[in-house]
Design a protein around this ligand. Structure first.
Ligand SMILES: O=C(CO)[C@H](O)[C@H](O)COP(=O)(O)O
Length: 211
């Protein structure tokens, strides 16, 4: 099980500071959609340059023009690029093809997918690397989480790794670990805490013990 730190509400200097604090304990650094909207792919480039030993995920949440956007994120240094599960089949296949050419990986974010089981089976057959269940901020605000969705995709996904994101905190991590995703994505559960390093260290320890 890997741990991904999601950076959503920071600028580039703040992102660098944050990664420095927790770099020993995370496997992947996500440059979140709001950061890319504010700072562009320069954020991906600068983080990858400063932390070449960490994998960097560009959370582009691609919906169209997939091959082009995967190419641009790859050029900026992203190791993993996200596309939405609700995108057209052709877009997801195009993203996979371009990522393979570039030696990169594709994570499909299933946020907003209504026919989760059926769509997870389909995108798994397109050769994507990760399929991620995700409760976005708007549904977190009304008390939702992704545990049931994780169980659903784990039943049907045969090839891709599974991932989970959305509101995971230290106190909810044990039930997430029990559900055995391949990748656990944590944003505010680390970045919103007073002692980020200690929380990241504790999370990493719990994940290693749960393997
Ligand atoms: O992709 C995202 C929002 O769209 C976030 O990066 C993801 O939800 C993780 O952040 P948090 O743990 O704070 O929910």
């Amino acid at each position: 099980m890997e741990l991904q730190l999601a950076l959503d509400l920071v600028n580039i200097p703040e992102a660098k500071e944050l990664v420095k604090e927790v770099e020993e304990y995370v496997d992947i650094v996500e440059i979140g959609t709001p950061v890319i909207i504010n700072e562009g792919l320069r954020a991906v480039k600068e983080i990858k340059q400063e932390f070449p030993h960490l994998k960097v995920l560009a959370d582009l949440k691609i919906m169209d023009a997939a091959a082009y956007e995967v190419m641009k994120a790859s050029e900026a240094g992203a190791d993993i690029i996200t596309i939405l599960g609700v995108a057209e089949d052709l877009s997801i296949k195009g993203a996979v093809e371009e990522a393979k050419k570039q030696g990169k990986k594709i994570l499909v974010d299933m946020i907003g997918v209504k026919n989760l089981e059926e769509r997870a089976k389909e995108v798994d057959e397109f050769g994507v690397d990760y399929i991620c269940v995700h409760t976005g901020y708007d549904l977190q605000a009304v008390g939702k989480n992704s545990l049931e969705d994780l169980a659903t995709i784990k039943r049907v996904v045969k090839n891709a790794k599974t991932a989970i994101a959305g509101g995971i905190k230290l106190n909810t991590l044990p039930e997430v670990i029990k559900a055995k995703p391949d990748l656990i994505i944590v944003g505010g559960g680390i970045t919103g805490q007073e002692d980020k390093r200690a929380v990241a260290a504790e999370m990493k320890k719990m994940i290693q013990q749960g393997e």
